[in-house]
Design a protein around this ligand. Structure first.
Ligand code: UDP
Length: 355
């Protein structure tokens, strides 16, 4: 094992860790911090006030939250509120940089990329979404051109959305398998998990479940209230199907009882942590073949991939769930998405940057 690294992880400024506003990044930060600490590295996490990250200590930074990138348009200018938490996080990083070997940015925001050249300690960026705006594309590309191996992404498909995928280390994701219990005999319901926001396409899952006449359980952060209201108007069963935003322990108790997870992204999903959480419980994944899920699902074994936006395709896949093997799902999670493997990949990346 290489020598111990001192790592500073800087969280997303869109919400406190634990709020769900950060989406899958919150789980990735937790898992990665745990995995790297288990390998003997020192990890310090900086995050907005109110954050909690399991057993991992967090340095909490005050300031106004940042709007989420996926709610802005492609040509949107860069926005920074007054007393910006993003600015304050990076001010802290600048002041304390000498204590660290590598600083790692988890925010999908312009400022940390722009600041990279002004730091003495190397700054690496784990890019958590695909291309969404011209301003971000420009500054991410600048870092990719100016510095060697400073960009990381979840999946190849995600990196391709930027147009120059070879500039990215493809690092994947992982989960703590011990937290997810295998369930061999599920109930009738299907699960849909995620932030309730238009890019996640929940309406297609509701429609497919309605046509297939199977119950749906919806779990996740209610991010866009107006969108949710429109869904409830169109699908009266939606409000009953909504279980809430649950912590991992409770989430997996509900999820593992489901026959399959339905993933209906309208955007190029960077990864889709919920897919591997489902697999870990033995729950197959029915997903649009778009973004991360297309790299995760093994069609006919651990799920079905459906042409994007094809609701009838979802219905056909629901009818074919029984062809899938729940043991194969758990096995894939164990083989492809272990925490130890993820930590080893990131460790290699950081070692290369320090070298
Ligand atoms: N999640 C959760 N509780 C819920 C529903 C979802 O904690 O009730 C978490 C889930 O564990 C996952 C995240 O929300 O880590 C969603 O991440 P994903 O990568 O699937 O999508 P993103 O939000 O990043 O686009």
């Amino acid at each position: 094992m290489p020598s111990s690294l001192r790592l500073l992880f800087i969280s997303t400024p869109v919400g406190p860790l634990g709020s769900g506003l950060g989406g899958g990044v919150e789980l990735t930060l937790l898992n990665l911090s745990q995995g790297l600490r288990a390998r003997g590295h020192e990890v310090t996490v900086l995050a907005p006030v109110g954050s909690s990250l399991g057993e991992i200590p967090v340095v909490e930074i005050a300031g106004q939250l940042q709007p989420t990138a996926h709610t802005q348009g492609r040509s949107a200018p860069i926005i920074l509120p007054s007393d910006s938490v993003l600015g304050n996080l990076w001010h802290y990083a600048q002041q304390h940089q000498r204590r660290f070997d590598v600083i790692v940015n988890f925010a999908y925001d312009w400022l940390p990329f722009y600041l990279t050249a002004f730091f003495r300690t190397p700054v690496a960026h784990f890019v958590t979404m695909g291309s969404l705006s011209d301003a971000m594309d420009g500054v991410v590309q600048q870092v990719g051109q100016q510095f060697h191996r400073r960009l990381g992404a979840y999946t190849r498909t995600q990196a391709e959305t930027f147009g120059w995928p070879d500039s990215f280390e493809i690092l994947g994701s992982a989960i703590d398998l011990d937290l997810y219990e295998f369930c061999p005999a599920p109930g009738e319901a299907l699960a849909w998990l995620g932030r309730i926001s238009p890019e996640k396409g929940l309406e297609d899952a509701l429609e497919a479940a309605e046509i297939a006449q199977v119950p749906l359980k919806i779990l996740g952060k209610l991010e866009d209230g107006a969108y949710w209201q429109r869904l409830c108007d169109r699908f009266p069963q939606a409000s009953q199907a909504y279980v809430g935003f649950l912590p991992t322990a409770e989430l997996q108790q509900v999820l593992r009882q489901c026959r399959a997870l339905i993933m209906t992204p309208r955007w190029v999903e960077a990864f889709g942590n919920v897919a591997i959480e489902a697999l870990a419980c033995g729950v197959p994944v029915i997903a649009y073949a778009r973004g991360g899920p297309a790299e995760i699902v093994q069609p006919g074994q651990t799920g079905w991939l459906v042409p994007p936006d094809d609701v009838q395709g979802l219905v056909s896949a629901i009818a074919a769930i029984d062809h899938l093997d729940r043991h194969a799902c758990r096995l894939q999670a164990e083989t492809d998405f272990s925490l130890a493997a993820l930590a080893a990949r990131f460790e290699q990346w950081f070692e290369a940057i320090v070298a």
